[in-house]
Design a protein around this ligand. Structure first.
Ligand code: KIV
Length: 251
């Protein structure tokens, strides 16, 4: 994990994408991505839940196992779902379940409030990626996916969170939908890399949900994403061509 700090020192950007299955993980790995996250975004883009608050540890373990079979080179990070790290002992036991499924590190949402959990997991020998800013597991309390760090008070709280996560032993931290200026300040204050999602270009790396990047979940695309492909359209085109061909063959 020291490699991540060194990457930052050298000014090398960290690239990260999500995968929840074998073929996607293998394709991303073969493409040269640095980090593959089995994110709990699984709940929305694969399992059809409204948000990530229904995802279970058993679901994360199942999909981490599948993704792990496709990864030879990238760092595979497993996401701890909601209420699987409410206290340090539970956090360690849940993190171990993802490591046994093939992850090499885990990610959890929360800043200063989650220092005991991060310290406990790192103390058990498991690398931790932090996640601050907009926290999707709190979307119901927050009332939506809102930008963080626009006011001075929010920016100061996020800077404190970032410093706490680094001090607790995280090797990198995701900044989700943080204002670009606050993300810039956090990035320059930390020795570990910041990995942004919807947080501007000043972060040390970027992460996206792969379904958003490739246009595979066309019913909702976050404002900050410009898809590089339209895979949903291709699936519809191929399925319709198959249907037409099959029906005309049988006529
Ligand atoms: O679950 C996920 O995919 C994530 C990324 C959006 C950072 O947490």
């Amino acid at each position: 994990m020291q490699d991540f700090r060194e990457k930052k020192r050298r000014g090398e950007r960290v690239t990260a994408l999500t995968a929840y299955d074998y073929p996607t993980a293998r394709l991303l790995d073969e493409s040269g991505i640095d980090v593959i996250l089995v994110g709990d975004s699984l709940g929305m883009v694969v399992l059809g839940y409204e948000d990530t608050t229904q995802v279970t540890l058993a679901e994360m373990v199942h999909h981490t196992r599948a993704a792990a079979r496709g990864v030879k080179r990238a760092l595979l990070v497993g996401d701890l779902p909601i209420h699987t790290y409410d206290d340090p002992a539970q956090a360690v036991s849940s993190a171990r379940a993802l490591i046994e499924a093939g992850a090499e590190a885990v990610k959890l949402e929360g800043g200063a409030s989650h220092v005991p959990q991060i310290e406990a997991i790192v103390g058990a020998g498991i690398p931790v990626m932090g996640h601050i800013g907009m926290l999707p597991q709190s979307v119901r309390e927050e009332g939506g996916y809102k930008i963080k760090g626009r006011t001075q008070a929010e920016a100061a709280a996020l800077l404190q969170d970032a410093a706490a996560v680094e001090k607790a032993g995280a090797f990198a931290v995701v900044l989700e939908i943080v204002s670009a200026e606050t993300a810039r300040q956090i990035t320059s204050a930390l020795e570990i890399p910041t990995i942004g999602i919807g947080s501007g270009s000043h972060c040390d790396g970027q992460i996206l949900v792969t379904h958003d990047l490739i246009g595979l979940f066309p019913w909702f695309t976050p404002k900050f994403v410009s898809p590089d492909a339209r895979v949903a359209d291709e699936i519809r085109r191929a399925a319709q061509a198959f249907i037409r061909r099959t029906k005309s063959d049988s006529a």
